[in-house]
Design a protein around this ligand. Structure first.
Ligand SMILES: C[S@@+](CC[C@H](N)C(=O)[O-])C[C@H]1O[C@@H](n2cnc3c(N)ncnc32)[C@H](O)[C@@H]1O
Length: 297
């Protein structure tokens, strides 16, 4: 067995030495994908992060949620117990960007009116007329330039990203606005207005098992054929091939017959795969959301 590990173990987005942080106050992954991908009643492994996916799955599944960052895992535990939580590093980076949004014509009233729309055709008209301005496009390109990102994120978390990230992110936003009604999309609210979803945990959340572990190391020690589903967030973004192989081998070993996987990535590498459901993910940010049977990994 290889000792392959992951950059996420540091519990920080930046390259500085310092204590681990709560990185995500909420998850930006649309768990309706998982609810469709996994047969009800199964045993599912998920990444804990802010606890959102675990709580969405808990009413229909036995959920084991692992996280390599103990600070993030404690935060998920608090949320699962009903604490509303707070803004993590990721939300504070987005708050910083939103602070300058009026300079690009994104006045709060204008953005709020957009978020209240519920017809994708009307949304795209409004988007092109009011929000997708030259100043917005220039600002987004600057925000997502490698130089700007390097001041916030460590380099393994950037190397896999597509070139021209500003244009790529704009296209992903438009893909979502053209397909999903904004008004009922909690991720449009959180991304554009900075509102954290107030949804309380379901009663079944008390049964979620939280484990402080690396996903690969955890699965290597579980019984073979003991999980029916795996949702792995984007934990393979920014890792080397050795860790990727190690994790996929551990998933295959722990998978029961017919088990399914969901794997997200910010990169565009698997965007053309027929397993890619990124356009169905209302969190809108992903290059790929691969939904596959374990047998096809
Ligand atoms: C991959 S990050 C990305 C954020 C995510 N897309 C979201 O919206 O919450 C989510 C979480 O994965 C955890 N993580 C990353 N690699 C992991 C691994 N190999 N095993 C367990 N947890 C991991 C991080 O600590 C973090 O809390």
């Amino acid at each position: 067995m290889t000792a392959a590990v992951t950059v996420w173990e540091r519990g920080r987005l930046d390259a500085r030495v310092g204590p681990r942080q709560v990185l995500f106050g909420r998850m930006y992954e649309d768990a309706s994908i998982e609810l469709e991908a996994f047969r009800p009643g199964g045993r599912i492994l998920c990444i804990a992060s802010a606890g959102c996916t675990a709580m969405k799955l808990a009413p229909q599944h036995e959920v084991v949620a692992v996280d390599i960052n103990p600070v993030q895992l404690d935060y998920a535990a608090r949320r699962i117990n009903g604490d509303p939580g707070f803004r993590g590093r990721a939300e504070r980076v987005m708050d910083f960007a939103r602070f300058f949004a009026p300079l690009a014509g994104w006045w709060p009233s204008r953005v709020r009116a957009f978020v209240e729309l519920d017809d994708p055709i009307e949304q795209m008209e409004y988007w092109q007329r009011q929000l997708n301005t030259w100043r917005f496009r220039t600002a987004l390109d600057g925000l997502f330039s490698v130089t700007a990102l390097r001041s916030v994120y460590s380099s393994p978390l950037l190397d896999f990203l597509p070139k021209h990230l500003g244009a790529v992110m704009r296209a992903r936003m438009e893909r979502c606005f053209a397909k999903h009604p904004n008004r009922s999309n909690p991720y449009a609210r959180s991304l554009l207005l900075g509102e954290l979803s107030p949804e309380p945990p379901p009663p079944e959340a008390k049964d979620i098992r939280l484990v402080h572990a690396d996903a690969a190391g955890f699965l290597e020690n579980e019984a073979p054929a003991s999980f029916d589903g795996f949702t792995l967030s984007n934990i393979l973004d920014g890792v080397d091939d050795a860790y990727r192989r190690r994790l996929l081998a551990a998933v295959k070993r722990a998978a029961a017959p017919g088990a399914a996987t969901v794997l997200r990535s910010f990169s565009d590498r698997s965007a053309n795969s027929i397993a890619n459901r990124a356009s169905d993910d209302r969190a809108m940010l992903w290059g790929s959301v691969l939904v596959r049977p374990v047998a096809e990994l």
